[in-house]
Design a protein around this ligand. Structure first.
Ligand code: PMP
Length: 426
């Protein structure tokens, strides 16, 4: 095929390529990216570069084209790009598992290397349901979550996404019927904690697990809540024989100002999902970690194995770059970098509160959110950000950013200006 110019690319893209939550043929005209380096995306039409305010959806925490991560992939490529994981193992996967066990909340000991965040949530659900089956309690097969959540686009994750006006409302009545609590309030409220306790107690006989995004609900609404609720969940789950799953796919690896959001509450879940920033955004990999209790329970069952084994499980390239990304993160004062971005976003986003149509501005760690009192005009808001030289992807009533941790102070200020411009014009 000859090289394609930008108009040809866009025409073929429109005709043949599905984009996330997109129609076919495509209607929105995507920007064509030719290359990415540091925190900048270079556009193929020659119009210049954009500072990435999205970290490619929470993942590129060290920026793009990073020499250390590039080298990790290159070096592994020289050894092997992939081998099946059934009956074989290799150093990148083993090293990655050890890193994850060492850095995650105490008590998480076993690691399933999945190939996307959604699959890691499927695996988490399977672990929990199978655990109770193994213990002779097959009736415990539902999940409890709170509204406003998002856990992915495959079947089980969709069933625990926000059921009201959420992204998967189309499947109401077809998806497994789960139990929903109200979305958690931002501050600690004893009456809400009591509601959680009561709901868990009431449904305990049919609940395999509670699954939540700790501290930050991401794609379901970019809401923050008190870490104290995580302790409430831990205690109620322990009291009523229910497992606790934290989905740290978005919040993991420092984003909220703790290595994992669970650390804000010093709570260990029974199962934890990570993904996105796991490989520094280089390759597709996620992981499901669990405690010895969960693994032992499964091993004592009639079917004493976890029956899940994707073809690309433990991919060595992804595992190698994940190890390098984790070593890069832990080898620096990552918290200082995240706090630096937090301060920059607080300062830069403060003026947004005075804008007409802005309902709320909130910042936590390297996450900044401006919430409007109306649905955002995505095209107008995106164009306003692009005019400021920044890439943002607003949705619903939200304009938000989670920059790479390597974003300079100047670029954080620029991102904040772009968020404000998008809020004004969107
Ligand atoms: N859980 C959370 C909290 C997420 O933010 C996402 C991705 N937005 C997922 C699960 C699904 O991950 P993936 O897109 O890699 O399947």
């Amino acid at each position: 095929m000859p090289e394609l110019d930008v108009p040809q690319l866009l025409e073929l893209d429109r005709r043949h390529v599905w984009h996330p939550y997109g129609p076919m043929p495509g209607r929105a005209q995507p920007l064509v990216v030719a290359a990415a380096s540091g925190v900048r995306l270079r556009l193929a039409d020659g119009s210049g570069e954009l500072v990435d305010g999205m970290s490619s959806w929470w993942s590129a925490i060290h920026g793009y084209n990073h020499p250390v991560l590039n080298e990790a992939v290159r070096e592994q490529l020289g050894r092997m790009s992939h081998v099946m994981f059934g009956g074989l193992t290799h150093e990148p996967a083993v090293r990655l598992a050890k890193h994850l066990v060492d850095m995650s909340p105490d008590g998480l000991e076993h690691v399933f290397l999945a190939d996307s965040g959604s699959v890691s949530v499927e695996v988490a659900a399977k672990m929990c349901l199978q655990y109770w089956r193994s213990l002779g309690r097959p009736g415990k097969q539902r999940l409890l979550t709170w509204r406003g959540g998002y856990h992915g686009d495959t079947w089980t994750p969709m069933s625990v996404c926000d059921p009201d006006g959420g992204m998967h409302e189309l499947w109401t009545g077809v998806l497994p019927r789960q139990v929903f609590a109200d979305a958690p309030p931002a501050a600690y409220e004893e009456s809400y904690a009591e509601q959680l306790r009561e709901l868990i107690a009431r449904h305990a006989d049919e609940l395999a697990a509670v699954i939540v995004e700790p501290v930050v609900q991401g794609a379901g609404g970019m809401r923050f809540h008190s870490p104290a609720y995580l302790r409430v969940l831990r205690e109620a789950c322990d009291a009523h024989d229910v497992l606790l799953v934290f989905d740290e796919i978005a919040t993991g690896f420092g984003r909220t100002g703790a290595l994992f959001a669970a650390d804000h509450a010093a709570v260990t879940p029974d199962v934890m999902c990570v993904g996105k920033a796991l490989t520094g955004g280089y390759l597709t990999m996620a992981a499901t970690l669990c405690t010895a209790r969960v693994a032992d329970g499964i091993s004592r069952g009639e079917v004493p194995v976890l029956a899940h084994g994707p073809t690309f499980m433990g991919n060595p390239l992804a595992a190698a770059v994940a190890c390098a990304s984790i070593e890069l993160l832990l080898g620096q004062d990552w918290l200082a970098e995240v706090k630096r971005i937090e301060t920059g976003l607080r300062e830069g986003l403060a003026p947004a509160l005075g804008l007409p149509g802005v309902r709320d501005v909130r910042v936590l760690g390297a996450i900044g959110v401006v919430q409007l009192d109306h649905a955002v005009d995505m095209r107008a808001a995106t164009d306003a950000a692009v005019r400021e030289g920044v890439w943002l992807r607003p949705f619903r009533d939200l304009i938000y950013t989670m920059p790479p941790y390597v974003t300079s102070g100047e670029d954080v200020a620029r991102i904040a200006r772009a968020v404000c411009a998008a809020a004004r014009e969107g």
